[in-house]
Design a binder for this molecule. Sequence first.
Ligand SMILES: N[C@@H](CCC(=O)N[C@@H](CS)C(=O)NCC(=O)O)C(=O)O
Length: 205
Amino acid sequence: MADLTLYHAAPSRSSIVLWMLEELGVPYDIKLIKLSAGDNLKPDYLAINPMGKVPALRHGDTVITEVAAICTYLADEFPAKKLNVPVGTPRRGLYLKWLFFGPSVFEPAMVDRAFPRKEGAKASSLGWRGFDEVLDIVAKGIGQGPWLMGEQFTAADVVIGANIRWGMIFKMVPERPEFTAYAARIAARPAAQRAEAKDKELAAG
Ligand SMILES: N[C@@H](CCC(=O)N[C@@H](CS)C(=O)NCC(=O)O)C(=O)O
């Protein structure tokens, strides 16, 4: 039994953590949670994540939920593959900005665009800007790339990269050249390919 267990629904946001684990190349077990069967709302799983959402990751006695928190944690716990920017490195500020930007700005702005509210909230009361502005910020952040942190691929690319890839698949993110090129670089990564193949197999089985 591996020290790491991913509570996973294939495919879903937990696929992002599956990709992260493949990038790290560490052994892990998968516990499949069938959302269609309501496994995520059963007492056993609610004891792990009271919100009843996947992913959750167990590492020894520690349980972590929230995609970006899990990716940040894994990158720091398993630094051999250099997917983190360590504490004490000035570039860590930018790295953390992108890790938080995914769930607190990119995703909400994208969902707002896809599912407009009947009565929009006051812009200044939201923690994010309109989706077009957010997309410009991300495109500028990728810049010449290849990655958000320049030459170093990090956990931030797993989080923001998943937003972009999945956003494009679901036609929620426009096919801007910056995003298409970035998504193609991600798709060429062997770990991303392994995670995708594993997910397909799990979803079929
Ligand atoms: N903020 C959470 C979101 C997780 C999430 O929304 N998971 C979805 C799957 S993509 C889920 O578990 N949905 C089941 C449900 O809401 O009943 C994270 O980043 O981990």
